[in-house]
Structures are given as structure tokens and as C-alpha cells.
Design a protein around this ligand. Structure first.
Ligand code: UD1
Ligand code: MG
Length: 468
């Protein structure tokens, strides 16, 4: 291996070393800065605890700062050793230097620098969101625009824009051909991937450790996927295509290994019971690393596979994100102090009569009754046991309430945990299953791991069957 790719492997060793350093530096950076963050007003109440103490927030910022510093430090390790001095066949000094420059991995360095640029944009955007709570209509286009340098580098690297048509179901290839050229649409897909990755981690949030946990599982899965490509026997050894493939996956490792290190450092502080919150800074930054790695490594479709739980959470959230169902500031499960466990949080609909005033939490009356489409969508979701519905009428036509449409609430509903009214009106004591915050975190991580297993299955097994 090392004989083939002697220039790239010092980089890999450096990335492993910097990743260990990253774990240690992140822990130190957080312990030194968390009180300063709190003193400057960066703090939030832990919604799922009985005591109302506040916790320092946005500690994703020092984490991201350590990560960026590691990547800056990495540059000389990887590129200083690259051959600069060439010897011209004619003995001409200038030509010799030009030959030498040809051997330098310019394109890879451009890829690396464009990655740093997009990470910086994500960190700034995330921190501004922590400070100003930016509106969705401004937040969504920013990652799309900041992905342009990456797309340019992808273009310069001869990036493909075609997709292979599956051989199954039969007949699909007769209609579409075996390869479909998407052209500019593929670039649109990649820029949308940036905005999806950044926001989807942010909306699968709210219980201790879940933002970092999901990022860590995705990062480790992508690392494993890269390692599977390090074996030169995978392609034709020495051929241009196998060297190129190896280069791309090495670049991905250079960016992901330090991320694993800093995420582990952050998780030490953010896991249940959290001593710091990560803030939107971390969610945007981690999401941007994944989409960038996918674009620069030319495996953006594979990255999406590892986001299966996030994709599910996003699709499930759509009725709330697009206004079909009311969307509150926080959709996280609710906390029951008596049993120290969580239960699904709910949203009420109006009854269309004056009786709505009796509902709890109806500060913004009059409440809208559920529309026909909303009723239909929610009933389908209830059939799938992803939401728990309550009705005004015995015929179950007019919906009174639904549990919030998130993966975390859906896990609780699937496990049979029922919503409990907050008032003391509940006459019959709750006897159903109980799930605490740490326990729900484990469920969420199990979903993420299952998503990764599924992704590997699709990528390496099903793909071989349907893309013969
Ligand atoms: C997203 C979610 C929102 C969820 C919130 C929780 C959508 C559209 N938005 O909003 O529903 O409630 O994340 O992060 O799905 N917090 C905890 N425990 C934690 C983490 C956070 O209680 O482990 C609370 C803290 O009060 C913290 C706040 O959540 O201050 C952070 O929320 P923020 O990241 O600003 O919410 P959004 O990203 O806007
Ligand atoms: Mg957030």
C-alpha cells in the first residue's frame, strides 16, 4: 500500500494523530470557555429536567474552532512532503520546476481549501443562528450559496453528473437507458444536500447528546466506508481510476477523522446529563462536513444513505414545517418529574366551536381546526403508529390533538408511551411503559446505527443486485 501511495499516507497518520489531539483539546477548550459563554448569555434551560437550572450553550463553537485549527495544522503534514522539485529531461531549470509543480496535488489542495471555506460559512451561519434565531427563509438558501466553491472544485475534478439506472424492475433500462445524464440537475442536488445535511441534524435535537451522537455515528460510518476503499485490490492497482478513488477517500478521511475526535470530546460534556449544549453552531458545522465530504469525495448519494434517520425525521416533520399542523418553538418530548421519564408532546387543533378555551396550552386561541388534508395525513401516520391522535367525536372525524411529528416522539409512541395531561385532572394513574431521557437517547442511537447498517446493506449488497 505505502509503496503505491507514499505521499498520501503520512497525511493519514497525521489525521489519526490530530484526531486524538482533537479529543483532548476540545475537552479542554470546553471546560475553559463554558462559563464565559454562560456569562455572555449563551445558555439555555434543560427542558427535560425537574430543576430549572440553565446550561451554557453554543459550545459547538469552540469545538468547531479546534477542528478548524487541526485542519490548518494538517496542511503542511500532507502537502509539504509532496514532490516539488522535478528534474527536467532537458536539464532546463525552469522546465524542471514546472515538471515538479505538475507532481504537486494542486487539485486535492484546492478541494481541501474549498472544504475549509464551506466549513467556515457553516460555523458563521450556525453561530449567527444561536445569536439571532434566524428565520427559515434566510437560513435555507445560505448553505446552497456557500456550496458553490465546492461545486466548482467538483466540476474541475471531472465530477460525473450521471446516475446508473437500476437493472430492476426490469424494463426500466429499456425505457431510460442504463445511464441517465442529469447535468445541471446533479449540481442542484448537491447544493440541496448541503442545506439538507445542515438543517436535518438541527431538527433531530432536544434530548441530551442526540445532536453529537448522530454526528458521531454518521462520521464513523463514513470513515468505515472510506477504509473499505483503501484496499488497492478493490480496483485495478496502479490504474488511474483506482488511484483517483483512493485519493478521494483519503481526502474524506483527512476531514472526517479529526471530526470524530472533536465530536468525542464534545460528547463527554454533552451526554446525559448535559453539562453544556452544543447549539446550532455544531449542527450546521457537522452537517456541512458531511455534505462537503460527500461532494468532494464524489459519493454524495452514499452520504444521503447514512442520513436515513434524519431523512425520516425530516419527512415526518414536513406537515409541521410546511404549516399543515401547528409548529411550536419546541417539539421535544415532555418531561414527567414524578416518574423521571418522557412522554410525547402534543399539538391541539380547534374544534370549530367555542369550547376550545378549555384546552390546555391554548394561549393563541382561536385554534385552527385540522384541515381535511391534515386529518388524512395524520390518520395515515397514526395507522403507521408514528403519532398518537385524540378526537373530539366518537366517530373519530375531528382531530383534537396529535403528538408532535418528530422521530423522538415517534419512538415513544411506537414503544407505547402515552401522552399524559399536565394538569392533575388525570384521574387514573399512568400505568404504561416509561422511557427516560438516557433511554430515549439510546433508542435514537440504535436508529442511527440501524440506518448505517441499512446504508451499508444498500450500498454493497442491494446495489450489486440491482446495478449488475
Ligand atoms: C430545533 C427543533 C425544535 C427543538 C429544538 C431543540 C424543529 C423545527 N426545531 O429547534 O423543535 O425543540 O431544536 O434543540 O424541529 N435543549 C434541551 N436539551 C437538549 C438540547 C436542547 O433542553 O439536550 C433546549 C435548550 O433549552 C436549548 C434549546 O433546546 O436552549 C436549543 O434550541 P435551538 O437549537 O435554538 O432550537 P432550534 O434549532 O431552533
Ligand atoms: Mg438547534
Amino acid at each position: 500500500l505505502i509503496l503505491y501511495y507514499d505521499n498520501a499516507f503520512p497525511g493519514l497518520f497525521a489525521a489519526v494523530g490530530l484526531s486524538i489531539l482533537g479529543f483532548w483539546l476540545t475537552s479542554i477548550a470546553i471546560s475553559r470557555t463554558k462559563d464565559v459563554f454562560a456569562a455572555r448569555g449563551f445558555q439555555g434551560r434543560d427542558l427535560l429536567k425537574s430543576n430549572a437550572t440553565t446550561i451554557p450553550e453554543s459550545l459547538g463553537l469552540p469545538t468547531a474552532a479546534v477542528y478548524m485549527a487541526l485542519l490548518f495544522l494538517f496542511i503542511p503534514f500532507r502537502y509539504f512532503s509532496s514532490q516539488l522539485q522535478g528534474v527536467s529531461k532537458t536539464g532546463d531549470d525552469w522546465e524542471g520546476r514546472m515538471d515538479g509543480r505538475m507532481g504537486f496535488p494542486h487539485h486535492e489542495l484546492a478541494s481541501f481549501l474549498s472544504a475549509l471555506l464551506s466549513f467556515s460559512c457553516a460555523i458563521v451561519l450556525g453561530f449567527l443562528d444561536d445569536v439571532f434565531d434566524i428565520r427559515w427563509r434566510y437560513k435555507l438558501p445560505i448553505p446552497i450559496i456557500s456550496s458553490i466553491p465546492l461545486l466548482m472544485v467538483y466540476y474541475a475534478g471531472g465530477g460525473g453528473t450521471s446516475v446508473v439506472v437500476p437493472g430492476w424492475p426490469r424494463g426500466l433500462r429499456t425505457v431510460l437507458g442504463s445511464i441517465v445524464e442529469l447535468g445541471p440537475l446533479y449540481y442542484v442536488y448537491m447544493s440541496l444536500l448541503s442545506t439538507f445535511c445542515t438543517n436535518s441534524i438541527n431538527i433531530l435535537a432536544g434530548i441530551n447528546g442526540v445532536e453529537v451522537g448522530q454526528a458521531l455515528v454518521i462520521a464513523l460510518s463514513l470513515v468505515l466506508n472510506d477504509v473499505l476503499y483503501l484496499d488497492p485490490r478493490a480496483g485495478q492497482p496502479g490504474s488511474r481510476s483506482s488511484t483517483e478513488l483512493l485519493r478521494r477517500h483519503l481526502l474524506s478521511l483527512y476531514l472526517l477523522l479529526p471530526l470524530v475526535g472533536v465530536c468525542m470530546g464534545l460528547l463527554r460534556w454533552n451526554r446525559y446529563p448535559s453539562r453544556v449544549f452544543v447549539g446550532d453552531t455544531f449542527c450546521y458545522f457537522a452537517g456541512m462536513v458531511f455534505s462537503t465530504v460527500g461532494i468532494l469525495g464524489h459519493f454524495s448519494k452514499t452520504v444521503l444513505l447514512f442520513f436515513a434517520p434524519q431523512l425520516f425525521n425530516f419527512l415526518l416533520s414536513c406537515p409541521q414545517l410546511f404549516g399543515l399542523v401547528p409548529n411550536p418553538r419546541h417539539r421535544v418530548p415532555r418531561y414527567d418529574a414524578a416518574s423521571d421519564s418522557l412522554y410525547p408532546s402534543i399539538q391541539y387543533f380547534g374544534s370549530g366551536t367555542d369550547a376550545d378555551g378549555e384546552l390546555p396550552n391554548t394561549s393563541k386561541s382561536p385554534l385552527r381546526p385540522a384541515s381535511l388534508v391534515a386529518t388524512w395525513v395524520l390518520k395515515v401516520l397514526a395507522g403507521l403508529r408514528l403519532v398518537q391522535l385524540d378526537f373530539y367525536d366518537a366517530e373519530r372525524r375531528r382531530i383534537k390533538s396529535t403528538t408532535n411529528l418528530t422521530l423522538l416522539n415517534a419512538i415513544l409512541v411506537l414503544r407505547g408511551v402515552r401522552h399524559r395531561p399536565q394538569t392533575n385532572q388525570a384521574q387514573t394513574p399512568y400505568t404504561g411503559p416509561r422511557i427516560g431521557e438516557r433511554h430515549l437517547w439510546m433508542h435514537a442511537m440504535a436508529c442511527q446505527l440501524a440506518g448505517s447498517a441499512l446504508a451499508f446493506g444498500i450500498r454493497y449488497w442491494i446495489a450489486a443486485v440491482v446495478f449488475p
